[in-house]
Design a protein around this ligand. Sequence first.
Ligand code: SF4
Length: 307
Amino acid sequence: MQLHELVNTFGQDLRRRYGERVHKLTLHGGFSCPNRDGTIGRGGCTFCNVASFTDEKVQVQSIQEQLQDRAKEIKRASKYLAYFQAYTSTYAEVQLLKNMYEQALSGADIVGLCVGTRPDCVSDDVFALLAGYVNQGYEVWLELGLQSANNDTLKRINRGHDFEVYADIAAKARSLGIKVCTHLILGLPKEGRSDNLATLDAVLEAGTDGIKLHGLHIVEGSTLARAWKAGKIDLLSLEEYVSIASEMIQKTPAHIVYHRVSSSARRPTLLAPLWCENRWLPMTEIGRQLDKSGSQGILIGDSFIPD
Ligand code: SF4
């Protein structure tokens, strides 16, 4: 069986709701991050080197130029979500955010926005702006980096916020009709399967609409890269990642949408583990594992049933 027959994937969820394929267009707003510029912290989260997941040259392009550059992707579907992914995409004056988001929403066939940010960077003005788009009929997702619900881990990885801030912001967003997608990392230093499962429980208890899973990977330029080069970091094998991610999916209610079950990065920025280089490998293996042992929700009696 394919992954979307075992997991409530975002692609299938969109197709079900819109009756056709909806493609996510990644845009770069040229934002900074308060955990890098000294406002909240310096040096950023220990795993982060944003150059590993975005093309830096688009920072100088306008939103329209970026939309034009995505022309090839645009041909792959007839409806799109504009996705502000890099750094902290709510970290600017609200008027600037408004201009940027509305340039994106004015693009052809854009049905909504996905905005990636930190839980401590969503002001009341930003909430009002995003809720306004919801009220106009747009789909709006707030993608919140949490990574772990364990406050000791959050300190260790220099997140600069705790779980309680995340829980408050997630609840507020959902009360305004803004959907929440929670980003989690498996394999963080000093965390194991039980920590990842405890994080899932806490996130479900706080309430979320979507989850993105990533395995910890070491990228050049990050704080963790130095520790890894000194032999101080153990990383999950592909088998371990697949096993933990599969169990988390099986403990997730069927209505929650998995935006991603693994992430990838490219060498030379990616240092380890090298299985992260292959975008499809972990997805295929998670699909195999779930095919054998049961689909999303099965361990809580809420098995996902595909259309
Ligand atoms: S992971 Fe996000 S919040 Fe952390 S330093 Fe990088 S851009 Fe900033």
